[in-house]
Design a protein around this ligand. Structure first.
Ligand code: OGA
Ligand code: NI
Length: 324
């Protein structure tokens, strides 16, 4: 798999396919599947998430990262089994080298969000819990709608992902990628495929996200107020490769700090992640082993970043995309 890595540079920038969710259902459903199969990343507009929920979230992100560091550090943990924590790029095992420059507040909750879950979130800034809830509820609803649209286009029952595959804890992240005076020396996020089912990302105006497109790292360009959508590995596995989970990374910017907010639809821990029989047949043998989501998550974790193979994840090193 190593030689399938995208080449450095040269990919330029691609404006992601735009899906207007206010158009007719059949049209949107076909467009989601087409964009998903085509380049695996797309952007959605007229998505129904209220503008004030988005602006509130953006303001919260600014406010959270503008607080004195000690206000965030109370929540800091390097234990990646912890569902709610603040952590940073130095958490990755890189053999001592500082390679990744980011800070991330990760929050998790069953859905609907309950008070117990919210009590596990930071209480500073004071508005955090409410703003996060006001943003994630409509964003998650939109993500579930995208999954239903995908199902319809693929000929599956529209609630196909509403069993264990899409009903694990909702996860969300507030990310900050500080400016790096020498971007060649540090990345934001290492190349990876997402381990959840579906990812929605609200980017800021500062570029930095790149995805693997025609063998090259390509800058993602989006419209204002659009969400970026991409498929996680479990969706690739369930569809036996019909939908592809595309590798992406974040590069640092020499002068500007980048922020983003992610919302992730996740399977339940014991849900079996394997090719669904709807995607199997004589011509289509299973291309992946079935394992529980727990195990899947562990197998695909970002592992030791040795100095020689600076930016790799074990998917490429050891496991490979086809796991049979
Ligand atoms: C992620 C991710 C990209 C970004 O959180 O999995 O790819 O731009 N984030 O923050
Ligand atoms: Ni990602």
């Amino acid at each position: 798999m190593g030689d399938l890595r995208p080449e450095e540079g040269g990919g330029g920038a691609v404006s992601l396919p735009v899906i207007d969710l206010s158009l007719g259902r059949d049209e949107v459903s076909r467009a989601v599947l087409h964009a998903g199969k085509d380049i695996g990343f797309f952007q959605v507009i007229n998505h129904g998430v209220p503008g004030d929920a988005i602006r509130g979230m953006e303001a919260l992100c600014e406010e959270y990262f503008a607080m004195p560091e000690e206000d965030r550090m109370g929540f800091y943990s390097e234990d990646n089994a912890k569902a709610n924590r603040f952590f940073s790029g130095s958490t990755y095992d890189t053999g001592g080298a500082k390679l990744f420059l980011f800070d991330c507040l990760r929050l998790s909750s069953p859905f609907p969000i309950d008070d117990d879950s919210k009590n596990n979130w930071p209480h500073k800034p004071q508005t955090l819990r409410d703003v996060v809830e006001r943003f994630t509820v409509p964003t998650r609803a939109m993500a579930m709608e995208l999954l239903r649209l995908l199902c319809e286009a693929m000929g599956l029952p529209s609630d196909y992902f509403e069993g264990g595959l899409g009903t694990g804890n909702m996860t969300m992240t507030l990310n900050r990628y500080p400016a790096c005076p020498d971007p060649g020396t540090m990345m934001g996020l290492p190349p990876h495929c997402d381990r959840n089912l579906l990812s929605l990302l609200l980017p800021s105006a500062v570029p930095g996200l790149q995805f693997s497109h025609k063998g090259k790292w390509t800058d993602v360009v989006t419209l204002p107020n659009a969400y970026i959508v991409n498929f996680g590995l479990p969706l690739e596995v369930v569809t036996n490769g019909v939908l592809k989970s595309i590798e992406h990374r974040v590069v640092t910017n020499p002068t500007r700090t980048r922020m983003s907010v992610g919302v992730f639809i996740t399977p339940t821990p014991n849900c079996l992640i394997g090719p669904a029989e709807e995607f199997l047949g004589e011509e289509n043998p299973a291309r992946y082993h079935a394992v529980t989501f727990n195990e899947f998550y562990r197998l695909h974790s970002i592992v030791k970043h040795g100095l020689s193979s600076v930016l790799t994840i074990n998917r490429h090193e050891n496991i490979g995309k086809e796991m049979l």
